[in-house]
Design a protein around this ligand. Structure first.
Ligand code: WQD
Length: 351
C-alpha cells in the first residue's frame, strides 16, 4: 500500500505498522506497558525484530501538547490511528477524573494538532461498551449507543464518538472511522508480543492464562445466573491480529476517499460463554484451569456479540481466527514470556 506520508500510531501496540506497509511514527506514555532500560517501548522493539522494520518511537503523553507539537513538526504525517486511552472498567469507576482527562483531553489535543497540520484521516479505537446493555442481538451499528453505558470507561469512548460526529458535521475535511472492538484476546503467532498490562487487570483471558501457568490459584467466574445457555456471561472474543487487519482495512478505506465519519463493529459474530472459554483453553493447551463461581460483577452485561456484516461489506474485512487459535496464541505468549515484557531494569510510569 503506497502512502505519501507516515501513520502516527498513538498508544502504539505496533501490530498495525508492522502489517500495514506504512511508515509508522509511534507514541506511548507507558501508563500501561513496559518501558525498556533506555526509555524505549519493549513491545515495539519486539515488533521491529518480527518485521525487520524500524519504528520511530516517542515516550509522549497526549496531555503534553508541546511534545506532541514537536512530533507533528518533525514528521510528514498523513493519517493517525488513535489507540491511546485508559481502558480498565473498574479503575475508571474509582478514578473518573483521571479517565475523562486522559481519554477526552488527550483526544482533543490530538484532534487540534491534526487540524493545525491539515491532517484529517483518523482511525479511532472505540469499543462495544458504547452499546451498554444491548436491546437486541446480534449488535449492529444501528443499535443505540450511550443510553445504557454502565461505566466511566465506556462513557469516555461514547463521548469521543459524539465529539467526532460533531467535528465531521462542522468540517467536511474530517475523514474518520471509529472501530468498535468487542473482546480482544490472543497474541501474535510468534509469541513475541502479546497482552502485558502493567496495571492490575480484570479481563477474563489473562486470568485464565495466569491460573493455567500457576501465577494465580483460581479463576473466579463472576455470576452463573445469567439468562444464557450455561448461566455464565457471553462475549464476542476476537483475535487481536484480526483487530490489526481491521485497522489496515480502515486505513485503506480512508485513503480511497472522504465520507465524514463511519462506525464499524469488529467482532466475530459468535457469542462465547465464560465456561466455554475456560473449557476451550483447557482442551487446546492441555492444561487445567480450576474455577469457583462467585456472584455477578456490578455493571456486567449478560450477553454481547456483534453483527460484523457492515465491516465485511464496506471494509472488505472479516475475522479469520478461531477461538482455538485465540487460546493457543495467548498461551504461547504466556509460556514464552511468563513475566510479560518485564526486564530487570524495566520501569513504567503507571499512575
Ligand atoms: C468478560 C466476561 C465477565 C473476569 C471489557 C471492557 C470492554 C472491552 C473488553 C476494551 C464477562 C467474565 C471476567 C473474571 C469472569 N475492552 N469474567 N471472571 O467486561 O466484557 O469487557 O473488556 O475495548 O470495553 O468493558 O471483559 O474480560 O472483564 O469479562 O467471570 O475474573 O468474563 O463477567 O462475562 P468485559 P472481561
Amino acid at each position: 500500500m503506497a502512502n505519501n506520508g507516515s501513520v502516527l500510531v498513538t498508544g502504539a501496540s505496533g501490530y498495525i505498522g508492522s502489517h500495514s506497509g506504512y511508515d509508522v511514527v509511534a507514541l506511548d506514555n507507558f501508563t500501561n506497558c513496559v518501558q525498556g532500560p533506555n526509555g524505549e517501548s519493549v513491545a515495539l522493539r519486539r515488533v521491529e525484530e518480527i518485521t525487520g522494520k524500524k519504528i520511530v518511537f516517542y515516550p509522549c503523553d497526549l496531555l503534553d501538547v508541546d511534545f506532541l507539537k514537536k512530533i507533528f513538526e518533525q514528521h510528514n504525517i498523513a493519517s493517525v490511528i488513535h489507540f491511546a486511552a485508559m481502558k480498565a472498567v473498574g479503575e475508571s469507576m474509582q478514578f473518573p477524573l483521571l479517565y475523562y482527562k486522559n481519554n477526552l483531553i488527550g483526544m482533543i489535543n490530538l484532534l487540534e494538532m491534526m487540524k493545525e497540520h491539515n491532517i484529517f484521516n483518523l482511525v479511532f479505537s472505540s469499543s462495544c461498551t458504547v452499546y451498554g446493555e444491548p436491546e437486541k442481538l446480534p449488535i449492529t451499528e444501528e443499535n443505540e449507543t450511550g443510553k445504557n453505558v454502565t461505566n466511566v470507561y465506556g462513557r469516555t469512548k461514547y463521548f469521543v464518538e459524539e465529539m467526532l460526529r460533531d467535528l465531521s458535521k462542522a468540517d467536511e475535511r474530517w475523514n474518520i472511522i471509529a472501530l468498535r472492538y468487542f473482546n480482544p484476546v490472543g497474541a501474535h503467532k510468534t509469541g513475541k508480543i502479546g497482552e502485558d498490562p502493567t496495571k492490575p487487570f480484570t479481563n477474563l483471558m489473562p486470568f485464565i492464562s495466569q491460573v493455567a501457568i500457576g501465577k494465580k490459584d483460581i479463576v473466579t467466574i463472576l455470576g452463573d445466573d445469567y439468562q444464557t445457555p450455561d448461566g455464565t456471561g457471553v462475549r464476542d472474543y476476537i483475535h487481536v491480529m484480526d483487530l490489526a487487519t481491521g485497522h489496515v482495512s480502515a486505513m485503506n478505506k480512508l485513503e480511497k476517499g472522504k465520507f465524514g465519519i463511519k462506525f464499524y463493529n469488529l467482532g466475530t459474530g459468535k457469542g462465547v460463554s465464560v465456561l466455554q472459554l475456560i473449557k476451550t483453553f483447557e482442551t487446546v493447551n492441555k492444561v487445567k484451569v480450576p474455577y469457583v463461581i462467585l456472584p455477578r460483577r456490578e455493571g456486567d452485561i449478560c450477553e454481547m456479540y456483534a453483527d460484523p456484516k457492515l465491516a465485511e461489506n464496506e471494509l472488505g474485512w472479516k475475522a479469520k481466527h478461531t477461538l482455538e487459535e485465540m487460546c493457543a496464541d495467548f498461551w504461547l505468549w504466556q509460556t514464552l514470556n511468563p513475566n510479560g515484557y518485564k526486564l530487570d531494569t524495566a520501569h513504567t510510569n503507571g499512575h
